[in-house]
Design a protein around this ligand. Sequence first.
Ligand SMILES: Nc1ncnc2c1ncn2[C@@H]1O[C@H](COP(=O)(O)OP(=O)(O)O)[C@@H](O)[C@H]1O
Ligand SMILES: [Mg+2]
Length: 387
Amino acid sequence: MTVGIVGAGQLGRMLALAGYPLGLDFLFLDPAKDAPGGRVAPVLHGLFTDRELLAQLARRSEVLTFDWENVSVEALRALAGSAIKSPVGRGKRRTQDERRTRSARICPPIPALATAQDRVSEKRLFERLKIPTTRWRAVASRSQLERAIREIGLPGVIKTRRLGYDGKGQAVVRTPEDAERAWQEFGSVGLIYEEWIPFDCEVSIIGARSRRGEVAIYPLNGNVHAQGILRLTRAPFGPPRWQRLAARYLERVLAHFHYTGILTIEFFVRGGRLIANEMAPRVHNSGHWTIEGAVTSQFENHLRAILDLPLGSTRPVGYSAMLNLIGSMPPPAAILAHEGVHLHHYDKEPRPGRKVGHCTIVEPTHLRRDRRARQLLRELAPGIRIP
Ligand SMILES: Nc1ncnc2c1ncn2[C@@H]1O[C@H](COP(=O)(O)OP(=O)(O)O)[C@@H](O)[C@H]1O
Ligand SMILES: [Mg+2]
């Protein structure tokens, strides 16, 4: 059975690696000739907007899923539509032709992808589902920006509504001059202005929902970012009350979309309140620790969920810390010299700010985990501190 994956980045590659023991095959679509997934499965090379290639991927797969959510929703709707137009009547055998035109199921559901592509739709969804979020305004003109700043106040953050990741497409606004600079830089596309949250910490929750509605939720991740890029995740993290709150919010979104697959929500924590920041309709960087640190990894559970298999246990097997390797890969021997460190090398060209790998430790206590995480940070990410 073949799973088609749109995007052959490290997330796609880890999905494939998790699927081989289950007897699955994979096919990617990606514009990059040297995409990390290409080392482990075949790739259709072309743009994510290429309808013909998307259709080909869908024809050759049982189910279509994503390691990159910014795929044209229109193109996906057209694909889903063509799948409906060629139904196979009950009792009829599929002809050769019908088999050729059938199209894969798309998971997660297209409305969830569409919502996660646009920060404004995301905020509206959180509000509709009574999930606390930052105060925000959509901004499409300079006067709307001025008004948003008047109503929400300073400091705040300007973000592009679409296509932002790893802190790209956003700027902190502390003064009217900052606002002017951000407008010059980003004003040509739709924006959102939101309040700056002086958070105590950041957390994320990851969970899976299967086609039949079974739900499995991982322990909470405590995340440390620098320049908008995730640097360190620790899990399990935080008191049981945060876990309960985050899980409740996640379940609301899963149920709302009749979701299939892994979904992630990121939160700011301030004074014991969880404030939703954004969601990702896919496996998430803050869940990489689950490969070694949980009974079933987020990657395997995503595959189980979209293939309607029973979900695996999300129980942690210890206290994990995951460190992103950013920019360039340190010598692997130096990392592996640390006892018990698991290294994931994405085979990517070095570039400032680029995630080129990660490493994970799993320890029997949270104190030991934090001590070892500090030691690894000193060596591999000097300047990043555990708060
Ligand atoms: N309103 C905010 N208040 C405080 N910090 C923020 C705010 N928005 C973003 N950040 C910081 O920037 C990081 C990246 O922003 P995010 O909205 O998650 O975008 P991305 O899609 O790049 O992950 C966050 O994890 C947080 O550390
Ligand atoms: Mg984020």
